[in-house]
Design a protein around this ligand. Structure first.
Ligand code: FAD
Ligand code: DLZ
Ligand code: SF4
Length: 512
């Protein structure tokens, strides 16, 4: 009897659990290009192109191994353009005895899959996604009964469990975390290496033309498309990163610079998140480079912490807290997202740099997402639903399992502190320390009020004052609250008035 095996767009992995025990003589693999997945948020064109190209390459590789692939193309006139509709059509075509899939990366899709058993009257087996390094049941056991979850403790457990960067029972070098060595701004004249550019092949070019034609309402440019679309390219991207950028990845992990969208970052998230590269492979390569003396420990540990720690942690948190997590809004933020998030042109140099490169490449690195666009959204009190929609739409690596905890947890503190013990709020001084944007900005980062004052400064103090009562119980907020307490009332009033004027001009409050 036939088993119908689903492979979703972010599941292009040879080792996918849904493909284990596949019988090429009897089974069919179903892959579906559907408009709904490209439009449930207004995705960046490069994200849609990446997924469709990765899917087409993966289907071709499966077929070359003798697997029967039923591939529904976007331009198939019979396409119903939803997973549900295409599964129904495929069940009618193949009359399978059962349906097998690997757990989807988004709650919304898992909910759909849960309905299929009843809809089609056949067993539906949803298998664990074994591409992650921490099985969900283990994460749930770890999280059970903890009021607050802290990444650092989870990460140490993962180091012990995997043996990565361990010397017996002890962490390599004697410390678990070398983050304090990883906060260096860019020295003058530093020249970051150019990351590899994977020139679109015929399949990708065809997909790019399709996306340009079919997704008129999507955001972002297609011209600079550079992403790996096969496992082979993703492995080449990893090797290039380890050889050329990992050595300084740690040192300048938090830096930002004019005209430098990538710095020493790996650009591997898009490949890991759609299954072209396994996180275990990435960690093993970084560890091997350190053991061979090719990269310093702070670099290898910094990278491995992001992948083994943060990436696994946010995924566990997502599945542990959904669906309630999606609706959390602990700081009661309600302001609509300003149009400049979608279009650029805010006039703030740091914001325009982060948003501009996002529109161009579908990419911004972590500190830009966290301390620039994220920080602004936090300080301005932007509505979490709208901020989440933007982050989910606009990055080539965005899927809800990783986007939502980073946005609602890490950036907006909308989860009330489940993920991070304090909001990552900062004034312009932080951005000035970590970048050269302020030198080129029309605002003055040294001014908090009056003509030309940096919006991050008055918004920061407005934010602290707005939530002073709520933060009073948090010892990690004691310092800014003490500074606020010492501030001359007239100065605070001036900054709060500037914040109100600024917010009114960029984002009038939503009608009630
Ligand atoms: P590098 O800086 O080279 O880091 C190496 C790898 O570590 C990344 O490829 C990624 O897999 C992992 N990683 C690092 N930080 C995190 C993190 N906080 N959470 C999960 N994985 C992490 N990452 C996504 O993959 N998809 C998202 O949709 C996403 N949304 C984000 C939204 C916000 C507001 C913030 C603050 C962070 C978000 N991140 C997201 C995490 C991080 O910014 C990106 O993983 C990273 O910028 C991708 O670029 P890179 O591959 O060059 O990463
Ligand atoms: C993101 C995306 C897009 C744009 N298109 C498709 C598609 O046509 N077919 C598909 O199988 N997957 C697509 N995806 C990825 C899915 O949205 C992703 O698998 C779910 O969000 C679950 O993580
Ligand atoms: Fe950003 Fe303010 Fe610096 Fe301008 S002055 S780049 S707005 S932090």
């Amino acid at each position: 009897m036939t088993t119908l095996r689903l492979v979703l767009g972010d599941q292009c992995s040879r080792t996918l659990s849904a493909l284990e025990d596949l019988d090429p003589a009897r089974d069919v693999v179903l892959m579906m290009e559907v408009r709904e997945e490209g439009t449930y948020v207004p995705h960046h064109r490069q994200k849609i192109a990446l997924i469709l190209s990765a899917m087409r390459h993966f289907a071709r590789a499966l077929a070359a191994r003798g697997v029967r692939v039923d591939y529904v193309r976007l331009d198939d006139p019979a396409n119903t353009h939803s997973f549900g509709g295409e599964v129904a059509r495929a069940v009618a075509r193949h009359r399978p005895a059962r349906l097998v899939l690997t757990q989807p990366g988004e709650w919304r899709v898992l909910e759909m899959a849960r309905r299929w058993e009843e809809e089609h009257g056949i067993p539906v087996e949803v298998r664990e996604d074994t591409r992650f390094l921490c099985p969900l049941p283990e994460f749930f056991r770890w999280a059970h009964g903890r009021k607050q979850l802290r990444m650092e403790f989870f990460y140490r457990d993962m180091r012990r469990r995997t043996g990565l960067l361990m010397e017996g029972d002890e962490p390599a070098g004697g410390e678990w975390n070398y983050d304090r060595e990883n906060r260096k701004p860019l020295p003058k004249g530093a020249q970051p290496p150019t990351p590899p550019f994977f020139a679109p092949d015929a399949i990708t070019r065809e997909v790019m033309a399709l996306v340009a034609r079919e997704f008129g309402g999507a955001y972002g440019g297609l011209d600079s498309f550079r992403w790996p679309v096969t496992a082979q390219e993703a492995r080449a991207a990893l090797a290039d990163f380890v050889a050329h950028r990992l050595p300084l990845f740690g040192d300048h992990q938090d830096a930002m610079a004019e005209g430098e969208p990538f710095l020493w970052h790996s650009l591997l998230s898009s490949s890991m998140n759609c299954g072209l590269l396994l996180p275990g492979e990435a960690c093993a390569a970084a560890e091997a480079a350190w053991r061979a003396g090719q990269v310093p420990l702070n670099a290898a540990e910094g990278f491995i912490r992001q992948v083994l720690g943060w990436r696994e942690y946010v995924r566990g948190l997502y599945w542990a807290r959904m669906p309630a997590y999606r609706d959390m809004n602990a700081l009661e933020a309600r302001r609509p997202l300003p149009d400049f998030y979608w279009e650029g042109g805010s006039g703030m140099r740091c914001m325009d740099a982060a948003i501009g490169q996002t529109l161009e490449h579908g990419y911004a690195h972590h500190i830009q997402r966290l301390m620039v666009t994220g920080n602004y959204a936090l300080l301005a009190g932007l509505d979490p639903a709208q901020v989440n929609e933007w982050y989910l739409a606009i990055y080539v690596d965005a899927y809800e399992w990783v986007e939502l905890p980073n946005v609602s947890g890490m950036v907006l503190h909308a989860d009330g502190g489940v993920m991070a013990s304090k909001p990552y709020a900062a004034s312009g001084a932080y951005i000035n320390r970590m970048s050269d944007h302020c030198r080129h900005c029309r605002f003055d980062v040294k001014r908090s009020a009056g003509e030309g004052a940096c919006p991050f400064n008055f918004l920061y103090w407005d934010f602290i004052a707005r939530h002073a009562e709520r933060f009073a119980a948090n010892p990690r907020m004691a310092m800014p609250l003490a500074t606020l307490g010492r501030m001359a009332p007239a100065k605070l009033a001036e900054m709060r008035a500037a914040a109100a004027r600024h917010l009114e001009s960029v984002s009038p409050p939503a009608p009630r």
